[in-house]
Design a protein around this ligand. Structure first.
Ligand code: CMX
Length: 438
């Protein structure tokens, strides 16, 4: 058994017993009530999920196992002489709740490298699609094609004991994470670079190798990928991609099935696809107005977008009520490496202009930028200008968080998810009955 796997088992399995006892003793403690309005509000604010890997505070932003993004950037292991954290280390932290050493990260790299070979039929499945297929569709299908190798599906068919579910799931998760950058890079090179593929390079870290296989070997781009794949990894459990992984996984679907489903959710423009929509919107604005749009011109364009009944992409959030610290981390990166970039400066000007306009509508609960408002400008700076691909980058990162959570779901024996739904008739009758008895 690999070192990380043994540590996970030593931590997760006793905790499973402890939690069962906790629920037995405290299961009846009331946590609050919910209202008719809540039923129509996409379950926002209702506590109904358990996710150990990260926790979101509306004002402060995300903390991964208690660590904020600036803390992660300072404390997670880096390549020697490096400035950005290694996302493999974040996976270790999310899985075990302990800060890894550099050796722990090297051990994960070695393990994932040994699993990184993608079966040929996965590439064939992707190649069967028209080349103009959206990269997220190719990604989802590529992940599905890898499912043929699922150790969990095989073990289940052979009659595995439920207390051992976590073990083949661990194998699937490790294989999936090891292979995902290769699949994503394959889609990029196939779609935009005439299928001139680049083999992985030995000795590189997970993010560095991904950058290399995409065809971007600048040291700064490696740094950007390490930061990018760290900050997009997790955002507690209720966002569409994390929740989908948990929901689909709760039916004992294996990690490939659950993660592919999650990517279909990430591909929605209100979630991960917003990162491509932001840059599309900015480029369209620049096309209409010309280079270096003034703040007044940006403000007019925002008004125009709202008037057309469209959202301003990259702004707003279902939980956050302040500027997303993931936006700020990217802004800090840009201030260091590209302070004079024209598009980056447009993004910063939008940040000054958009919030008061959005606030003045009186209905948008959070007028501040989210993670997607900044990422495209950084990628464009280094020449990754095929913005339909951006959500795939988000997806590679998101795998770290949702797969760590899935391992906990399996180790704790989480039940099938099945919230109660009601009808409008039911709501009306219930409200009526309450009014009569009051
Ligand atoms: N531009 C215009 N209108 C917006 C808006 C924005 N950026 N953000 C919210 N609104 C609107 C909503 O559409 C809603 O309008 P209606 O009442 O007409 O339906 C109203 O304001 C209230 O919405 P809310 O409660 O503030 O926001 P929600 O929790 O419903 O939605 C989100 C959150 C992110 C979907 C929304 O802010 C949005 O559409 N933002 C733009 C897309 C985006 O950037 N998504 C990425 C989010 C981060 C991620 O998952 O990657």
């Amino acid at each position: 058994m690999g070192n990380l796997k043994a540590k996970f088992a030593a931590k997760a399995l006793p905790l499973s017993t402890e939690i069962k006892q906790f629920v037995k003793e405290n299961g009846q403690v009331a946590l609050g009530t919910f209202t008719v309005e809540d039923v129509y509000a996409g379950m926002k604010g209702i506590i109904g999920l358990l996710t150990e890997t990260s926790l979101l505070d509306a004002n402060e932003g995300i903390r991964f196992r208690g660590y904020s993004i600036p803390e992660l950037r300072a404390l997670l292991p880096k390549v020697p002489g490096g400035t950005e954290p290694l996302p493999e280390g974040l996976f270790y932290l999310m899985l075990l709740g302990e800060m890894p050493t550099y050796d722990d990260v090297l051990a994960i790299q070695a393990d994932w490298n040994s699993r990184a070979e993608v079966p040929q039929h996965v590439f064939a499945a992707i190649d069967a699609l028209p080349v103009h297929t959206h990269p997220m569709t190719q990604f989802s299908i590529g992940i599905m094609a890898m499912q043929t190798d699922s150790q969990f599906a095989k073990a289940y068919r052979e009659g595995i004991n439920k207390k051992d579910y976590w073990d083949p799931t661990f194998e699937d998760v490790s294989n999936l994470l090891a292979r995902l950058p290769r699949v994503a890079a394959y889609i990029y090179r196939r779609t935009y670079k005439n299928s001139e593929h680049i083999a992985p390079q030995e000795g590189l870290d997970w993010a560095g190798n991904f950058a290399h296989m995409l065809g971007f070997d600048q040291v700064e781009f490696y740094k950007l990928m390490r930061l990018y794949l760290t900050i997009h990894a997790d955002h507690e459990g209720g966002n569409v991609s994390a929740h989908t992984t948990h929901l689909v996984g709760s039916a004992l679907s294996d990690p490939y099935l659950a993660f592919s489903a999650a990517m279909n959710g990430l591909a929605g423009p209100l979630h991960g696809l917003a990162n491509q929509e932001v840059i599309r919107w900015v480029l369209e604005m620049r096309e209409e107005i010309g280079q270096h749009p003034s703040k007044e011109q940006i403000a007019d364009y925002i008004h125009q977008t709202l008037k057309a009944g469209k959202v301003v992409p990259g702004y707003g959030h279902a939980v956050l009520r302040k500027t997303d610290p993931r936006f700020l981390a990217q802004q800090e990166f840009a201030k260091t490496y590209m302070p004079d970039d024209e598009l980056v400066n447009i993004v910063w000007n939008i940040y000054e202009v958009a919030p008061p306009i959005l606030e003045s509508t009186g209905k948008i609960k959070n007028p501040w930028p989210n993670v997607d408002a900044h990422s495209g400008a950084l990628l464009l700076h280094y020449g990754l200008n095929e913005y339909d691909f951006y959500t795939v980058l988000f997806g590679v990162s998101r795998a770290l968080g949702v797969m760590a959570s899935m391992l906990w779901d399996r180790a704790l024996g989480s039940p099938i998810e099945r919230p109660k739904s009601v009808t409008y008739e039911w709501l009306k009758k219930t409200v009526e009955a309450k009014k009569t008895s009051a």
